[in-house]
Design a binder for this molecule. Structure first.
Ligand SMILES: [Zn+2]
Length: 444
């Protein structure tokens, strides 16, 4: 309790924002009010809002706290981490060992990250408060009990706030519940302790795959049920305001993004790992899916935000799996756009020589690329529409004078056409743990 508290104060101090704004941190007042020992912090919470879960407009200026900044700062980098299950013997890549999880949390601290609540991230994006320049938001997807039983106690040790993205059909007593499902009562306990709870849709279906076989009207209605329906149910069950959604498997398209915003979400998350800034689009905010079997993603995330604690070049790369690189489309994904965005995050490759980057696409040949050096993103510039059902992307670059290569595949299915011969997706919604995806695809 005390540690959490100290951490939040530390964050507040680092950002030098007005003391009154601390009142918005969900759970902070809840943490403080029931405790008798408030005098330590009473100057800070004196003006805390009595209803911390309702964000207040910043219009009412507080009585000039000493360190208040004159203006809201848009500076800052946020990395959002995404976890799923916590198991001593992970059955697949969606689980992480508790010791590894704890080690990663420790590494965040060492690398100088401030772990902030989702509410702070949102408030910053609304221009209502500042955040530390190197911030991290931790999220746990799906609603497995191990999040409650295993991860939560570890997070408590560090005093880190975090977000649970749950899909409502998976909650105990609901349609897709299983032995590992959390109950609404357990979620309520977490809520009471200040844990942020957000939506991961109703049925955890792949939004892109669901478009198949539905008319545009049917598809839109279906999206509304998934997005607005889950939001409403979680709000009713827990008496909270749900502001965020995480797309199942990170998959989205223009329709899904539109319906998400219409449904009232303030932020929608994917699993395309990237550094988030003040200006990142709210309907597709990337998170790093930190899989137990891919520690390099975690390292890459740390480096991306300039917080790397380990040496840069280390590993002897010659060939690297695209699945550890975070690609778009993802390995095995089916795209419907004739000119999809094709990009890869090359941070895991090390110090890439930008001039040496080459991308080839089967059936297309060499394609020009744009390289965003700051975010280590390589993006193809497609000059022609795709026509074939299956594509392989081969990306090569020089790292330390040595050429390395990586490749991944995706399928193209023209809108309304029959499914391609061997799509690697979609995953049946009844297998949220992703066992059937061969551990290839970063999911959420
Ligand atoms: Zn998920």
């Amino acid at each position: 309790m005390i540690r959490k508290f100290v951490l939040l104060l530390a964050i507040g101090g680092a950002a030098a924002f007005g003391a009154h704004k601390l009142g918005w941190v969900p759970g902070l007042s809840r943490l403080i009010h029931p405790e008798p020992a408030v005098e330590v912090v009473s100057p800070v919470v004196a003006s805390a809002d009595p209803e911390p879960s309702a964000p207040q407009p910043p219009a009412v200026p507080a009585p000039a706290p000493v360190q208040q900044k004159a203006e809201h700062s848009t500076r800052g980098s946020v990395m959002v981490l995404c976890y799923h299950r916590f198991e001593n013997r992970p059955k697949n890549s969606m689980a992480i060992q508790p010791e590894e999880f704890e080690r990663q949390l420790g590494e965040l601290q060492k690398a100088g990250f401030s772990v902030i609540p989702m509410a702070d991230f949102l408030a910053w994006r609304r221009g209502e408060k500042d955040i530390p320049e190197k911030s991290c938001v931790i999220s746990i997807d799906d609603g497995y009990r191990s999040g409650y039983e295993v991860a939560w106690p570890i997070l408590k040790k560090f005093g880190y706030p975090f977000t649970m993205f749950v899909y409502t059909d998976f909650m105990k007593g609901q349609r897709m519940a299983g032995g590992q499902s959390m109950s609404w009562e357990e979620l309520a306990q977490m809520r009471d302790a200040g844990v942020d709870i957000e939506s991961h849709t109703v049925s955890h279906s792949d939004f892109r795959a669901a478009k198949r076989g539905r008319t545009p009207e049917q598809y839109e209605k279906w999206l509304r049920d998934e997005l607005a329906g889950s939001k409403k149910l979680i709000e009713q069950k827990l008496g909270i305001l749900v502001k965020c959604v995480a797309y199942p498997y990170g998959n989205h398209n223009a329709e899904a993004r539109k319906v998400a915003i219409e449904a009232g979400y303030e932020a929608a998350f994917t699993v395309y790992g990237q550094r988030l800034s003040y200006h990142s689009p709210a309907d597709m905010l990337g998170r790093y899916a930190v899989e137990g079997t891919k520690p390099q993603i975690f390292q890459s995330a740390l480096k991306m935000i300039g917080g790397g604690v380990s040496a840069d070049e280390g590993s002897a790369v010659g060939h690297t799996a695209a699945s550890s690189m975070l690609t778009q489309p993802m390995e095995g994904e089916v795209v419907t756009e004739a000119r999809p965005v094709i990009k890869a995050n090359v941070a895991t490759l090390g110090a890439v020589d930008p001039a040496s980057i080459e991308m080839r696409i089967s059936g297309v040949g060499m394609v020009p690329v744009k390289f965003d050096a700051e975010n280590k993103l390589v993006e193809a510039v497609l000059k022609e529409d795709l026509r074939e059902p299956n594509y392989t992307v081969i990306l090569s670059a020089k790292v330390g004078g040595r050429k390395i290569e990586t490749r991944w595949s995706f399928s193209y299915q023209k809108e309304g056409a029959a499914p391609p011969p061997e799509p690697a997706t979609p995953v049946a919604p009844t297998a949220p743990a992703g066992a059937s995806v061969k551990g290839k695809k970063p999911k959420s």
